[in-house]
Design a protein around this ligand. Structure first.
Ligand code: NAP
Length: 221
């Protein structure tokens, strides 16, 4: 964690959950945090709990409205000089069958989880190229590895992120970008975080017949 000392880390979805915890741990490791999300009251509450609250920025943004992301990136660099790590954590989920999920919901999930996510990356990338270094971290899900009950749009949005970021990684390896927190420092291309469900990814890859037999027996949650 000493590698995070002095690093500028921009975290979306920093107003709650995993993003807020990442902000806490990165700030405790000495990083300057740029906290983003829609809920400014929650963002401020998270910031006030960080060590040296005044050294961290709040940059409100809505992942469904990416038209100002270039200006936001310029503003961040103007204030804290660089962006070392972008953690694309903000996102929304779903509980509903594909049959009953309205297309508006499908589009909303793609807008927030995919288009907003990649738009921020595209806004930050020129600065990372200029710096000659930078890391982009993307929160996927086990549902980004295979589809699951009640998660059609969520799963699709996470699958889409894999396609985008694997391509980006190949394109940018020579310039800067690489992909997740401790794995960033270890140079890992992808890390799976979770419990026994992680084994399903290996199972699907090597024994797809058995995988689909087992997954059908899982209960929807
Ligand atoms: N929790 C899990 O078990 C789990 C498992 C696999 C993957 N993940 C992934 O991990 C990430 C964080 O999950 P979480 O459980 O911490 O979720 P969470 O507690 O619901 O937090 C989601 C964050 O995303 C932000 N967000 C939602 N819509 C947004 C929008 N339109 N614009 C900007 N920010 C938006 C929210 O901030 P505002 O409301 O302030 O905008 C919030 O801070 C997500 O990408 C999720 O898919 C989570």
């Amino acid at each position: 964690m000493q590698n995070f000392q002095g690093k500028v880390i921009w975290i979306t979805g920093a107003s709650s959950g995993i993003g807020a915890e990442l902000a806490k741990q990165c700030a405790e490791a000495g990083a300057v945090i740029v906290l983003s999300g829609r809920n400014q009251i929650n963002l401020e509450q998270v910031r006030q709990k960080l060590p040296h609250p005044e050294s961290h920025l709040i940059v409100p943004l809505d992942l469904a409205h990416s038209n100002n992301f270039k200006e936001l990136a310029a503003s961040v660099v103007g204030q804290v000089k660089r962006i070392d790590i972008l953690i694309n954590n903000g996102g929304i989920s779903q509980r509903g069958t594909a049959f009953e999920t309205d297309e508006i919901v499908d589009r909303r999930i793609m807008e927030v989880n995919y288009f907003g996510n990649i738009a921020l990356t595209k806004a930050v990338l020129p600065y990372m190229r200029k710096q000659g270094a930078g890391h982009i971290v993307v929160l996927s899900s086990i549902a980004g590895k295979f589809g699951f009950f009640l998660r059609s749009a969520y799963s699709a949005s996470k699958h889409a992120l894999h396609g985008f970021y694997e391509s980006l990684m190949l394109e940018e390896e020579g310039n800067c970008a690489r992909i997740m927190l401790q794995a960033v420092m270890k140079g890992k291309k992808e890390v799976l975080i979770g419990n026994k469900e992680i084994k399903a990814v290996t199972l699907k890859r090597f024994l797809p017949g058995l995988f689909w037999k087992i997954i059908r027996k899982q209960s929807a949650t």
